[in-house]
Each structure stands twice: as structure tokens, then as C-alpha cells.
Design a binder for this molecule. Structure first.
Ligand SMILES: Nc1nc2c(ncn2[C@@H]2O[C@H](COP(=O)(O)OP(=O)(O)OP(=O)(O)O)[C@@H](O)[C@H]2O)c(=O)[nH]1
Ligand SMILES: [Mg+2]
Length: 241
């Protein structure tokens, strides 16, 4: 997080992590589509010819304060390149992250690459002197539309076995994209508020945060619904370590 009182701005960094081809870039494209012009900047993507991210993607979002004196919230959403060979780039992108969305591939055949990528996330955080358990984290099972995807029952079992909010998604059509994003944004906000009294600094009470963020991003959604859209239906904003 960066707090810049002179510019009246708080900047957060969210990172979409996960194995190659799980749909991280696709999530960012959908997020870009679903947010309104004026609150979103240009989506930067850098890909090779087969949809593979070479370095990273980045989508800047801004939630402007209501008056000249009010603080604005700027969120930069990054993706890492999932291909194994880009390990050092992933660590670079992960640096300074305030929250992570782990985009897993729902296909049963991808179980091992999901697990390997999660270990890679843990190792990279460790290298940066941070712990995966202490990072605001949501898990998304993407590509749920594919025929060999895990069933809802299987994902529910996985969700019950962990502390993090879990979402199912089909990012190609935008399903589950906002739910995962706002889940992560809220989790990150709650954490930073506990550590840095963000609500007080920005003058936004935490119970109004999500609604405000949604309005500024032009997302006309019922936020109770967004939060309860995680697998199992109960959003845990303060997962205990
Ligand atoms: N059927 C289906 N295909 C998807 C979905 N999400 C992404 N894809 C496809 O999967 C391929 C890879 O998607 P990307 O978003 O580029 O994957 P990535 O995670 O950014 O991959 P790297 O950059 O290599 O790490 C593309 O052809 C997408 O169109 C989904 O929900 N369902
Ligand atoms: Mg990509």
C-alpha cells in the first residue's frame, strides 16, 4: 500500500497468480469490460502469440474521492505470467502486493499444476519475506464451463478444507469475475484497515466500503449477493491464522 497525502491518494496492489493458461489475463479483460470508463485506465497486456503472458498485465482502477479534499483509492491489478520458466518475473510482480487472487484451473487434469503454482506462490512470498497465511487471498476455480471441470460438490469440499474465500468462475463470459475481485478487494481493505486504520484515513466506514467501490467503478450490483457468492455462501473477512 502507498499512502500519498499530498496527492490525496491511497494506492493498492492486487496480484492475480496461478498456473499457465488458468485465465488470469482473461479475468483482467473481463474486469475491464465490467467497470465503467473514467474509473478504469488502459488495460496493459503483453502477450506472445499463443495467449501466453510474457511479462505481466496491469489494469489500473480509480475510485475518486467525492470532494477535492477527499482521498481517492487507486487499485492496480496485475497478473503474473504462469509459465514455469517465468519464475523470477512472478516474484518481481508479487513484490509489494497487498492481496492475491489465486486463479486455479477447474479441470481435473490441472490438479497438479494448480498445486505446483500454489507452492511457487508460497516460495516466492517467502523469498520476499512474507507468508502466504498472512496475505489477503481468495481462490478462484476458473474454466468451470469445461466438461472435465471439478463439480460444485468437489469445490465445496475444497473450500471447506481451507480458510480463504473460494469462487467458481468462467472468466471467458465474465461469470464469477466481479465476485472474486470484490471479495479480494474487501478482504484486502479489511486487513489494511486493521493495520493502518484506512477507514479513518479515507473517511469511508468499512461497512460502506464495498458499496462505495462498486458505485465508483460503475458496477450496479447487490453487494450482499456479491459477498455471499463465494462457495459455501459465507464470506469470512477475517480468516484466523
Ligand atoms: N472455456 C474457457 N476458457 C477460458 C476461460 N478463461 C480463460 N480461457 C481460455 O484459456 C486460455 C488462456 O487464458 P489466459 O487468460 O490467457 O490465461 P493466463 O492465466 O493469463 O495464462 P498465462 O499468461 O500463460 O499465465 C485462453 O484461450 C482463454 O480464452 C474460461 O473460463 N473458460
Ligand atoms: Mg496471462
Amino acid at each position: 500500500m502507498q499512502l500519498n497525502f499530498a496527492a490525496r491518494e491511497v494506492a493498492l496492489k492486487l496480484v492475480y497468480y496461478g498456473p499457465a493458461l488458468s485465465g488470469k489475463t482473461t479475468n483482467l479483460r473481463a474486469l475491464h469490460e465490467l467497470t465503467k470508463e473514467g474509473s478504469r485506465g488502459r488495460l496493459m497486456t503483453l502477450e506472445t502469440k499463443d495467449d501466453r503472458t510474457l511479462f505481466f498485465d496491469m489494469l489500473p482502477l480509480v475510485m475518486k474521492g467525492d470532494s477535492a479534499n477527499a482521498m481517492s483509492l487507486r487499485v492496480k491489478v496485475f497478473t503474473v505470467p504462469g509459465q514455469v520458466l517465468h519464475a523470477s518475473t512472478r516474484r518481481l510482480v508479487l513484490q509489494g502486493a497487498d492481496g492475491v487472487a489465486f486463479i486455479a484451473d477447474s479441470q481435473l487434469s490441472e490438479t497438479e499444476s494448480n498445486a505446483n503454482s500454489f507452492l511457487d506462490l508460497r516460495d516466492n512470498l517467502k523469498e520476499l519475506g512474507r507468508k502466504v497465511r498472512e496475505m489477503p487471498l481468495v481462490i478462484q476455480y476458473n474454466k468451470s464451463d469445461l466438461p472435465n471441470a471439478r463439480t460444485a460438490d468437489e469445490i465445496l469440499k475444497l473450500a471447506r478444507g481451507g480458510r480463504e474465500p473460494v469462487y467458481t468462475a468462467s472468466a471467458l463470459t465474465g461469470v464469477g469475475v466481479l465476485e472474486s475481485f470484490f471479495g479480494l478487494l474487501y478482504l484486502t481493505w479489511m486487513r489494511l484497515d486493521r493495520e493502518h486504520q484506512l477507514a479513518q484515513k479515507l473517511g469511508i466506514p468499512s461497512d460502506r466500503f464495498l458499496r462505495m467501490a462498486g458505485e465508483k467503478l460503475g458496477v450496479g450490483e447487490d453487494f450482499e449477493r456479491l459477498l455471499s457468492a463465494c462457495v459455501g455462501g459465507k464470506f469470512n473477512a477475517e480468516p484466523s491464522p
